[in-house]
Design a protein around this ligand. Structure first.
Ligand SMILES: C[S@@+](CC[C@H](N)C(=O)[O-])C[C@H]1O[C@@H](n2cnc3c(N)ncnc32)[C@H](O)[C@@H]1O
Length: 213
């Protein structure tokens, strides 16, 4: 049997995004990645709302900090004109994301395999975080056994993200889904929330508005 044409894969993903159908979207992932989707990957409805907030025009450069197999990035790329980069410290998940965007012929997404700890945020306009470091402190079960998890790591990673965001220009937007939002530094105001209220929208205004969690 020949390979499924990219246009068919893309059409199926686009229709799942349009219908907010997580089960249909997740069928594009290998089983091992699909079965942890409910716990670890952003639901389509949330990803669309977050991407719509973050992308302010064609080419807005969005970084998904801890992208997993790329569900947020792919939903964002299919529903906005933004350019999405996902970074993840798990090589296997980056490979799954790369294979998917290649199979579907989606040009405005790339995946970078690295620890965010070594990463500068210059070159990105907006940021998405689905509680990326929570598994270090038991807020979510481990995705797999491939990386070291520790409370010390949680604090290191969150502090690095906060430091990088503190250097970002006024007007920078961040969307967070779940988590205590320790990665969002002073100077960002919570300007809204959506759906479950666990999706929060932040903008750098120079003034911090506390969001009670
Ligand atoms: C809850 S998942 C979210 C996945 C994706 N953003 C989504 O919403 O569908 C968090 C991801 O962050 C990644 N992660 C955790 N710590 C990281 C780090 N220090 N650098 C890069 N990725 C990290 C994990 O491997 C995991 O895939």
């Amino acid at each position: 049997m020949g390979a499924v044409p990219w246009s068919a894969v893309r059409a199926e993903l686009a229709s799942a995004v349009e219908a907010l159908d997580d089960a249909a979207f997740d069928r594009a992932f290998p089983v091992a990645v699909r079965v942890v989707s409910t716990t670890h990957w952003t639901p389509v409805a949330i990803a669309r709302k977050a991407a719509e907030f973050l992308v302010r025009g064609p080419g807005t450069r969005v970084l998904d900090i801890g992208c997993g197999p790329g569900k947020f990035c792919v939903v964002g790329a299919l529903s906005t004109p933004g350019k999405f980069t996902g970074v993840d410290r798990r090589a296997r998940l980056c490979s799954v994301g790369r294979a998917l965007v290649q199979r579907a012929g989606i040009p405005n997404v790339e995946f970078v395999h690295r620890d965010v700890l070594g990463m500068s945020f210059e070159g990105y306009d907006a940021f998405y975080l689905f509680n990326p470091f929570g598994e270090n402190i038991g807020e979510a079960p481990p995705i797999d056994g491939s990386v070291e998890l520790s409370a010390a790591n949680y604090h290191l990673f969150a502090a690095h993200v906060a430091r990088e965001l503190a250097r970002a220009p006024l007007g920078t937007r961040v969307a967070t889904y779940f988590g205590a939002c320790e990665e969002v530094p002073m100077g960002f105001s919570c300007v809204g929330s959506a759906l479950t209220n666990e999706l929060r929208f932040w903008e750098k205004t120079g003034v911090r508005t506390e969001f009670e969690v």
